[in-house]
Structure formats: structure tokens, C-alpha cells
Design a protein around this ligand. Structure first.
Ligand code: FAQ
Length: 334
């Protein structure tokens, strides 16, 4: 998947001295010329750290993000819906693996990332700390959460770091299917019985603001945006992408006949933007600090799954060792 085998090692790689002005200028010039940075290239230590953090956070989000949907697998309303949901959740596991692999090319091991997640030290997207209370939540997650993810991740296909950018191409294609299946659920519910429509509205009411927060703090409070944009890790600011998402989503809610739970939402004729009311950043900070409605549950479920899967990993490793030993014996005998 990655081309580092073809990418000859830069003799300066590994000597990540951010203070080396010559190497740093050469690096920035490559970024400015839209050339991709590959694992064997020299890069500033802070660039490496930023990507390790962002990609790991992204991978953890995919992995933890399976839980709110897994909650509905056994209660899907039909076999077809169950098969679709199962496929979506499997895609998310795949995205997690892709992303952990991309982060590993930056010199951090998967074990280290996993232990950061399990210890509660690593972040994952705030959206996944909310409960999924009715079936329409599966629709709202696909429509809004995957919709926000696509808005954020399409520009990441042009991220300056090659392995992350390439991983994003497939991820975005799959997110696009996820978004459409979510909107399809919403359409069926919103055009269904009054009770179904009420469930769809309830799911929208609960998912709207957390999905708006997925884009991160306002630009003025975003600690990483300016540098990440200069490095072309990010192509658009948090507020820009949030605005694009709101503009795309408001007409979709109208088509469903649902109301966005923002009494201050208004269309600005001059800018062509749907302007949102104030975002509750105190809630965002609470969730980031580990005090959202499901933080504890989501982390402990993951910790339990890792602990309970230990014997499977041990058995697989023992089997692989036996196969390797047998092959080595055969080679010796021949
Ligand atoms: N939640 O300076 P910024 C998905 C943190 S995948 C938690 O603006 P940055 C698929 C940020 O890390 C969803 N933490 O940071 C799916 C930083 O932390 P620090 C995940 C957040 O990195 C669908 C601090 O706040 N997507 O949904 C959040 O430049 C359905 C300061 O913020 C990605 O990760 C947040 N919402 O921009 C799966 C995409 N926002 O350094 C299952 C890649 C910010 O203080 C079901 N990531 N923080 O520890 C990104 O594009 C960026 O990392 C941003 C944040 C835009 C999220």
C-alpha cells in the first residue's frame, strides 16, 4: 500500500532537528510545491508529532466509533438493514487499521497508540461519546457524522503526508456509501408514520450539535490549525469546513421535512451561508475532558474487548510461530 520501499531513504531522515534551518527550508519548499512527504524523507520533529497525534486520533475515532452502531446490530429492523450496518461497521474497523498503519510509518507502534487509547490519554472524536437511543440514530450518524467526516476528509486526500493522503482516498469512498445509507434511513423514517418521523427528529435533535463540534474549536481557539495549514496537512480551517457542512446539510434536512435544532440558524443572502447559532463549547470541553454521557462506557468496552481478545491473539501468535518453525525444519531437512 505504501511506497516507502520505492522511496530512497533521505540520508538526513531520522535526524529530526526542527532547528536545522537548511533542512527545514528544503522541507517547506517541497510542501509548497505540492510534493508529497514520504516516510523516509526528512521532516521536522513537530510535523511528525502532529501527524502521529492526528492520525492516531483519527484511527481511535474509527475504532471507538463502531460502538454506538454496534449497539443496534442485534435490533436492526430488517435483515437488509442489519447486513448494511454490519458492512459499515466492518469498514470502520478497516479504516482504523489503515490509519494505524499510516501512523506507524511515522515511527510510532500500534501497541503504543493502543495503550494511549486504553489508558484514556489519547483523544478520539467527541461525537462518539453520545448514546444511540433509537434506530433513527443509525440514520443520523450516517447522514451527519459520516457527512461531517467526508467534508473533513476529502481535503485530507491532498494532505502533504503521502501515506495519510493515500489512505484517505479509499476511506472517503466508503464514507460516501455510509453517508448515503444514513440519509436513506432518515428518508424512510421521516416519510414514514408520525411515530417514525418523531424518532427521526429526535435523532437529529441529539446529533446535530455534536456533529457540528466534530470540526473542532473555532479557528481563533484552534491550537494546531495555523501550522497544520502551513504544512498542508490541513487545507481548510475548522470553521470553513464546518460552514460548508452546514450549507450542504440544511437543504437536506428541509427535504426530509425535519427541523434543525438551532433557533438562530439563518440564511445570509450576502454570503450565501447558513449562519449557525452559538455552539456550546462548554459541552465540547466537558466531553474532551472525559465527562461526556458515554466516555466511561466507550473506553471500558474497548478495554474489556482488548482483554478478552488476548487469548485469541496469543493463540494466533503461537500458531504462526509453529508454522514458521515447521517451515524452517523442512528447509533444514531439504
Ligand atoms: N473531538 O487545534 P485543533 C469518523 C482536539 S472519523 C476530540 O483544531 P486539529 C468516521 C484536537 O485533537 C472522525 N478532540 O486540532 C466514522 C486538539 O487536541 P490536543 C474523526 C478534538 O488536529 C463515522 C485540540 O482539540 N475524524 O467520524 C476534536 O488541527 C461514523 C485542538 O484542536 C478525524 O479525526 C473533536 N471533535 O484539528 C466512524 C479527522 N476537535 O492537541 C464511525 C482527522 C479538535 O489539544 C461512525 N482529524 N479536537 O490534544 C482532523 O481533521 C483534525 O484533527 C480535527 C482537529 C479537525 C479533528
Amino acid at each position: 500500500m505504501y511506497t516507502q520501499a520505492l522511496n530512497e531513504k533521505d540520508p538526513n531522515a531520522g535526524k529530526d532537528k526542527a532547528e536545522d534551518p537548511v533542512l527545514e527550508a528544503r522541507f517547506q519548499a517541497r510542501v509548497d510545491e505540492e510534493m508529497r512527504i514520504e516516510p523516509n524523507d526528512w521532516m521536522p520533529a513537530a510535523y511528525r508529532r502532529t501527524l502521529q497525534r492526528q492520525i492516531a486520533q483519527h484511527a481511535h475515532s474509527e475504532v471507538i466509533g463502531m460502538q454506538p452502531e454496534g449497539n443496534w446490530l442485534t435490533r436492526s429492523p430488517s435483515l437488509k438493514r442489519k447486513a448494511i450496518l454490519l458492512a459499515k461497521i466492518q469498514d470502520e474497523a478497516g479504516h482504523g487499521l489503515y490509519l494505524y498503519s499510516a501512523a506507524e510509518t511515522l515511527g510510532i507502534s500500534r501497541e503504543e497508540m493502543e495503550s494511549q487509547l486504553l489508558s484514556g490519554k489519547a483523544r478520539y472524536s467527541s461525537i462518539f461519546n453520545y448514546p444511540t437511543l433509537n434506530w433513527a440514530d443509525m440514520g443520523a450518524i450516517g447522514w451527519l457524522v459520516d457527512g461531517a467526516a467526508i467534508m473533513n476528509q476529502i481535503p485530507l486526500c491532498r494532505c502533504s503526508y503521502g501515506p495519510y493522503a493515500r489512505a484517505m482516498v479509499r476511506v472517503c469512498k466508503e464514507e460516501s456509501f455510509h453517508q448515503r445509507q444514513g440519509y436513506d434511513i432518515m428518508m424512510q423514517m421521516a416519510k414514514g408514520t408520525p411515530e417514525q418521523k418523531a424518532m427521526a427528529q429526535d435523532a437529529l435533535n441529539r446529533t446535530w450539535w455534536p456533529s457540528i463540534m466534530m470540526f473542532g474549536p473555532h479557528d481563533s481557539d484552534s491550537s494546531h490549525s495555523e501550522q497544520s495549514m502551513a504544512w498542508k496537512i490541513k487545507r481548510f480551517s475548522n470553521d470553513d469546513l464546518r460552514q460548508r457542512f452546514i450549507n450542504a446539510t440544511v437543504p437536506q434536512a428541509e427535504y426530509l421535512g425535519l427541523t434543525i435544532p438551532d433557533p438562530d440558524l439563518k440564511f445570509n443572502e450576502e454570503t450565501g451561508n447558513w449562519e449557525s447559532g452559538p455552539i456550546d463549547w462548554d459541552e465540547f470541553k466537558r466531553v474532551l475532558a472525559g465527562n461526556g454521557p458515554c466516555n466511561h462506557q466507550r473506553l471500558s468496552t474497548r478495554q474489556k474487548a482488548v482483554a478478552e481478545g488476548e487469548w485469541v491473539r496469543d493463540a494466533a501468535a503461537a500458531h504462526a510461530a509453529k508454522v514458521a518453525a515447521r517451515a524452517a525444519n523442512k528447509e533444514e531437512a531439504a
